[in-house]
Design a binder for this molecule. Structure first.
Ligand SMILES: NC(=O)C1=CN([C@@H]2O[C@H](COP(=O)(O)OP(=O)(O)OC[C@H]3O[C@@H](n4cnc5c(N)ncnc54)[C@H](O)[C@@H]3O)[C@@H](O)[C@H]2O)C=CC1
Ligand SMILES: O=C(O)[C@@H]1CCC=N1
Length: 265
């Protein structure tokens, strides 16, 4: 599978981000990658790098072995059903990043026998910093290893039970927006206490990056690192406690629950 050609059906926010990440990682050369979209003008940046861009999904599938489906959940059935006869179970694998659409549903709309993966990355895949949760049905050991290697190039990959895929969507994919909102709020606070917006944003973003790296690189628990910052009677604990009085952790937990309910209910 190593030198397989890849087609991304639906070069929108996530599909284009996956393409960018694949190119940056050099997992694939531009001439082995096709990205489709109804309006291909929006794929100009990829086309300039040598990626095939087209609105012809049938040709994209014909020219590729690995088909990444990145269209909206309400479009996926109609699009895949119209392409059913273009799949060859002996040649193709499908990777769906579509939220809330189960392997068993995909199995019913993709041609019988085609191995199917569900992947849940986030938009940091464009810079090879995604966390991608993965599950599959009907794939060989070689295919699983290929797909894992593909997403490993684009961040970290975690193999999960499909029943956790909705939770992965919320924590990992929606999580990018939650984290960015935290940075935006920090920036606004930073401006109130004296920084210009650009400097405040830089300090807030690098601080979040540093905090995350303390956990990822040193394998620490958040509270262990928080203890090191909270001087007794100091300013950090006063700020943190005020945030908690205002519902900081509670609002985040409730927001995660609300996002989850939106997918599953
Ligand atoms: N945006 C995100 O952060 C994440 C999105 N997802 C999932 O990925 C999927 C795509 O999401 P987005 O990229 O945000 O949506 P999007 O709307 O930006 O992208 C979908 C693209 O599909 C294209 N499209 C529609 N019909 C088509 C057709 N017949 N042939 C080819 N292309 C067609 C649209 O023009 C659009 O560019 C969704 O199912 C979403 O739930 C999953 C994880 C994260
Ligand atoms: O908000 C959404 O529906 C999609 C799923 C994960 C990220 N964006």
């Amino acid at each position: 599978m190593k030198h397989s050609k890849i087609a991304i059906i639906g070069g929108g926010n996530l599909g284009a981000a996956i393409a960018e990440g694949l190119l940056k990682s050099k997992f694939i050369t531009p001439d082995h990658l096709t990205v489709t979209r109804r309006n291909t003008d929006a794929l100009g940046t990829l086309a300039q790098q040598g990626v095939h861009t087209t609105s012809d999904n049938k040709k994209a599938i014909h020219d590729s072995e690995v088909i990444i489906v990145a269209v909206k959940p309400y479009n996926v059935r109609e699009i895949l059903e119209s392409l059913k006869e273009n799949f060859d179970p002996a040649r193709h694998i499908v990777i769906s990043v579509v939220t809330g659409v189960f392997l068993k549903d995909l199995q019913g709309i993709v041609k019988t026998g085609v191995p199917i993966f569900r992947a849940m990355p986030n938009t940091a895949i464009a810079i090879q910093e995604s966390v991608t949760c993965l599950c599959h049905q009907g794939a060989s050991v070689e295919q699983v290893s290929y797909v894992t290697e593909l997403f490993d190039q684009l961040g970290i990959t975690i193999s999960i039970d499909e029943k956790l895929m909705d939770a992965a969507t919320v924590l990992g994919a929606c999580g990018i927006a939650y984290a960015l909102r935290f940075i935006r709020a920090s920036t606004q606070g930073g401006i109130e206490i004296g920084f210009d917006a650009k400097t405040a944003n830089l300090i807030a973003a690098q601080t979040v990056k540093g905090a995350a790296e303390l956990l990822l690189k040193l394998n620490r628990h958040p509270e262990e690192e928080i203890d090191k910052v909270t001087t007794p009677k100091g300013c950090t604990i006063v700020g943190l406690n005020e945030m908690e009085h205002q519902g900081f952790s509670s609002s985040l937990i409730k927001g995660i629950g609300a996002s989850y309910d939106k997918i599953v209910k």
